[in-house]
Design a protein around this ligand. Structure first.
Ligand code: GLA
Length: 407
């Protein structure tokens, strides 16, 4: 008996545990869609807010449009762990604990997410997971957490890849499938290593609700929509995106004070880039126009297109940005975004533009065949590519079309 026991221990030491830790498969097959509390509420979050948001998901057609995850960002915890070292939900904000909150969200057919950080403290100064990864992962699993955003404050000299692998393994061992959202702001080139570690990775520092600004906060800066896009829409980030692993351009600022036109362009670009579509506005106060943008199923369809190849910048003529995204069945999505401060008419001769994408090996051939054009915001067909495309694009607005080849 004793001999058998010794043998078993020796085997275990040499072979390690049977489970090979990895990230969870079959999650985030298309870019995750949901809502996160940070952009609007920062740490002012509570149980009632989550319930209201979950109700709004259903009531406003957001769930129908594909939004699924409700994620509480920083500020959900008490300042200290308990005597056993467990994280404690702030008892004033979450008087019934976190499982009750997750249960409410699940009862609506939705999924629930939380935030923590790889460092000793979160960015807002709450207890981080450093040294407690396996314990925290178990706790999340016991509450029914489906999504973890994992930040990078207070990490000193920690190695990013190793730290994210530790948390990935901890989640895997806890056994409940969790979308693992890496948030180290693109500082350690996650597009080089994160494909097998997480399901999405932030590519930039924090977004802010402006069209094209950069706001300094001393040691760090936040970025408007175009700054975020331009910082990292590079060949390398395009190459690594795909089912289960996406570039995350940050939670959206749609409905947070930009113009409706700017919101449309922002939403169109996040869809074109295959970014997760995580809303960041107060859904209880959303206007009709905001909801129309957020629930635009044709635009969301581009984000979810099975080819899963992010857009590239095709052209910028007279400050009209043209981005192109290859779609399945040899189709394309194109946006024309007016970055001028006045409305601009375009007269676009398809036959003079050679759209080609070496990454997906997809080529646009308007000289060989016509493509049917569909306007995804007006929900109208616009004829085909045998004629020039003529349109008036308002200030900072977008014309978003799909081009489908006539066979
Ligand atoms: C960092 C992240 C933000 C948010 C805050 C919370 O700045 O990048 O998205 O999670 O921390 O403190």
């Amino acid at each position: 008996m004793i001999n058998k026991l010794i043998l078993a221990i020796i085997c275990l030491c040499f072979t390690g545990p049977n489970i090979q830790a990895q990230k969870f498969d079959n999650l985030a097959e298309t870019p995750p869609m949901g809502w996160n509390s940070w952009n609007t509420f920062e740490t002012n979050i509570n149980e009632q807010l989550v319930k209201d948001i979950a109700d709004k998901f259903v009531e406003l057609g957001l769930k129908d449009a594909g939004y699924e995850y409700i994620v509480l960002d920083d500020g959900w915890m008490s300042r200290e762990r308990d005597e056993e070292g467990n994280l404690v939900p702030d008892p004033e904000k979450f008087p019934n604990g976190m499982k009750a909150v997750a249960d409410y969200v699940h009862a609506k057919g939705l999924k629930f997410g939380l935030y923590n950080c790889a460092g000793g403290k979160t960015c807002a100064g709450y207890p981080g997971s450093r040294g407690h990864q396996y314990q925290d992962a178990k706790l999340y699993a016991s509450w029914g957490v489906d999504f973890l955003k994992y930040d990078w404050c207070d990490t000193g000299k920690l190695n990013a890849k190793e730290s994210y692998i530790t948390m990935r393994d901890a989640l895997y061992e806890a056994g409940r499938p969790v979308v693992f959202s890496i948030c180290e702001w693109g500082d350690n080139d996650p597009w080089e290593w994160a494909e097998d570690v997480g399901h999405m990775w932030r590519v930039t520092g924090d977004i802010i609700n402006c069209w094209d600004c950069e706001v300094g906060h001393g040691s760090w800066a936040s970025f408007g929509i175009w700054k975020v896009i331009e910082l990292r829409s590079k060949e390398k980030t395009r190459e690594v995106a795909g089912p289960g692993h996406w570039n995350d351009y940050d939670m959206m600022e749609v409905g947070n004070g930009m113009t409706d036109a700017e919101d449309r362009s922002h939403f169109a670009m996040w869809s074109m880039l295959n970014s997760p579509l995580i809303m960041g506005n107060d859904l209880r106060k959303a206007t009709k126009e905001t909801l129309k943008t957020l629930t635009n199923k044709e635009v969301i369809g581009v984000n979810k297109d099975p080819l899963a190849v992010p857009a590239f910048r095709f052209n910028n003529e007279n400050n009209i940005e043209i981005w192109a995204k290859p779609l399945e069945n040899d189709a394309w999505a194109l946006v024309f975004i007016n970055r001028n401060d006045e409305a601009v008419s375009i007269d676009f001769d398809w036959k003079k533009h050679q759209l080609a994408d070496d990454l997906s090996q997809q080529y646009f051939k308007p000289l060989d065949k016509d493509y049917e054009i569909r306007d995804l915001f007006q929900h109208k067909n616009m004829g085909n590519t045998s004629k020039n495309l003529k349109a008036l694009i308002g200030v900072h607005d977008v014309l978003m079309v799909t081009l489908t080849p006539n066979s």
